[in-house]
Ligand binder design. Structure first.
Ligand SMILES: C[S@@+](CC[C@H](N)C(=O)[O-])C[C@H]1O[C@@H](n2cnc3c(N)ncnc32)[C@H](O)[C@@H]1O
Length: 212
């Protein structure tokens, strides 16, 4: 029950579907720990750190996603932020793209085991998914620096999709570095949310990419 206990302590009160996230989020973390013995999915596995850095970090900006119909989580790895957000916002449909086949297979199996019906896992590169399907939002955590994200997601953003990217405390610096690429592609970048993880586990900025 350790993952459940940690999630019970760290998840904010008033979060939609909080109890479900405690149960399913804990089960997801247990599956990650089991699978980590065969191949590496994450180095964060202690219950407290995983609850904060994986689950809490994924869901803190949930309000930014609640009005979307279809969201792409590009490079979901073991399922972050897509799986916890899909549990919190079951009326939103989520496409979880992951180019490493083994990781995509893990996320597919985890979504099935947890009974999360509003996700589709695609073992593909996110930019290829974007060529075939129109999304309302793109999100990504720890996948690419902003300059590269602007190149990967720029064509979709130019067609009206918004990107909300999980970045660290130096997001403004990253924005400044990515300005030439963003100008070339006529994209706007700004920090739309900033929050601190508890226990000094880091500062998170959400950077929005829109068409300029
Ligand atoms: C550092 S991991 C982060 C995983 C997850 N988003 C998280 O925060 O825990 C980056 C993941 O993105 C995947 N990836 C990188 N570029 C990608 C792309 N263009 N399309 C899909 N997946 C990609 C990698 O295979 C890797 O699993």
């Amino acid at each position: 029950m350790q993952f459940e206990d940690e999630l019970q302590q760290v998840l904010p009160p008033g979060l939609p579907n909080r109890e479900e996230l405690i149960i399913k989020g804990a089960a997801h973390l247990r599956l990650i720990v089991e699978t980590n013995e065969q191949f590496n999915l994450t180095r964060i596995t202690t219950p407290r750190e995983a609850a904060i850095k994986h689950v809490l970090d994924s869901i803190l900006p949930w309000r930014l996603f609640e009005k979307a119909g279809l969201v792409l989580d590009a490079g979901t790895g073991p399922g972050f932020p897509g799986l916890p957000l899909a549990i919190v916002l079951p009326h939103v449909r989520w496409v979880l793209a992951e180019s490493t086949q083994k990781k995509a297979a893990f996320v597919e199996a985890a979504a099935q085991a947890l009974g999360i019906g509003n996700v589709e896992v695609m073992p593909l590169r996110a930019e290829d998914v974007l060529k075939k399907a129109r999304m309302d939002l793109i999100t990504a955590r720890a996948v690419a620096p902003l300059t590269k994200a602007a190149a990967l997601f720029g064509p979709a953003v130019r067609q009206g999709t918004r990107a909300l990217l999980y970045k660290g405390p130096d997001a403004e610096l990253e924005i400044a570095e990515a300005l030439p690429e963003a100008r070339k592609r006529r994209l706007l970048m700004k920090v739309v949310e900033r929050f601190e993880l508890p226990e000094n586990l880091g500062v998170r900025c959400i950077v929005e990419l829109t068409q300029g």
